[in-house]
Design a protein around this ligand. Structure first.
Ligand code: BDR
Ligand code: CA
Length: 312
């Protein structure tokens, strides 16, 4: 039975690849809708980009909703320095023809969790957690109906990317992350510790281009764009492809290894705001609240991704 999911996202080239992976995998995943949030770029652009991505996959039927345009407690921090001015720089894509839904993303999340059978909807969070935290605050009854939250965010061994101490998605809205991590819903985390091993090396990018399809060429152009920035920053042979790890986990969890540990979010300190304090070594008696991944089979991940993108 395919898993029913909502993708909450701030596209972003790596978010875009994650959406394509989900749309290419109908035997594993039923995408109930996409909810856009402000993050990599402002909301207007993430809601636009999500629709561009659906049209790359020739799926104008997918419902896309716009959500929160700013974090719960602070002003928005964006990442045009990584993703470009549009958030989806790289290939030239036409303006989407498909409509944005009228409902607010938060209401769509609430209504979906209330109307689907309890424990059958997974929330896949690829950006700041503002929409999900807002839904949990507005409708606490939905928390126990969530099957699982699988999110890209945080870090333990890799510590941070937007600040020395924090990963971007958590840093942008730590108050929202705090609500989600304290919610009691089952959580699986793809931190930088995993995604920094998912490097788009030259041969891996060539494999996307060699698919010789619109989707393959688009993915190659996206990854090439943000690669320039990340390769220079990390001195690595390729850029980390963060968000598709969330979807790959749903398709083949055996690709990942981690520990069920306690994760707390720093919201107070100026210096370490947005840090994910993961008790990886079990040195506290704080209760485990998240499956925190630490390793992945990178070749297996890219084989899966390339095969699936090849279907589009
Ligand atoms: C995360 O931040 C964004 O820039 C990416 O899309 C990813 O979700 C990585 O820190
Ligand atoms: Ca993202």
């Amino acid at each position: 039975m395919p898993r029913k999911i909502i993708i909450d996202t701030d596209p972003g080239q790596d978010d875009a690849v994650a959406i394509l992976l989900a749309l290419a995998s109908p035997e594993d995943i039923t995408l109930l809708g996409i909810t856009a949030v402000a993050g990599n770029v402002p909301l207007e652009l993430t809601a636009l980009n999500a629709r561009k991505v659906c049209e790359v996959a020739e799926r104008p039927d997918i419902k896309v909703f716009a959500g929160c345009d700013r974090p719960l407690a602070h002003s928005l921090v964006t990442a045009e320095h990584v993703h470009g001015k549009t958030g989806l720089d790289g290939p030239d894509l036409p303006a989407p023809k498909m409509p944005l839904q009228d409902a607010h993303a938060v209401d769509f999340i609430i209504e979906t969790l209330r109307s689907e059978a309890p424990g059958t909807v997974t929330l896949c969070a690829l950006g700041p957690l503002t929409n999900i935290a807002t839904a949990f605050r507005k409708a606490p009854d939905i928390v126990e109906r969530v099957q699982e939250i699988v999110l890209m965010g945080g870090a333990y061994f890799e510590v941070g990317n937007i600040t020395p101490a924090a990963e971007f998605n958590i840093y942008v809205d730590p108050e929202a992350a705090d609500i989600v991590f304290k919610s009691g819903a089952p959580i699986t985390v793809m931190p930088l510790d995993v995604t920094h091993k998912a490097l788009v090396t030259g041969p891996r990018n060539d494999a996307f281009r060699a698919l010789d399809s619109h989707a393959g060429r688009t993915v190659a152009a996206w990854t090439e764009f943000f690669e320039r920035f990340d390769k220079e920053k990390y001195g690595s042979p390729g850029a980390p492809l963060h968000d598709p790890t969330v979807i790959a986990y749903l398709i083949d969890p055996k690709l990942f290894q981690g520990r069920h540990v306690n994760v707390e979010i720093e919201t107070v300190s100026e210096l370490t705001r947005g840090m994910t304090v993961a008790d990886w070594w079990g040195v506290t008696d704080r209760p485990a609240n998240a499956m925190f991944m630490g390793d992945l089979d990178a070749d297996g991940f890219f084989d899966l991704l390339t095969e699936r993108i090849g279907r589009l």
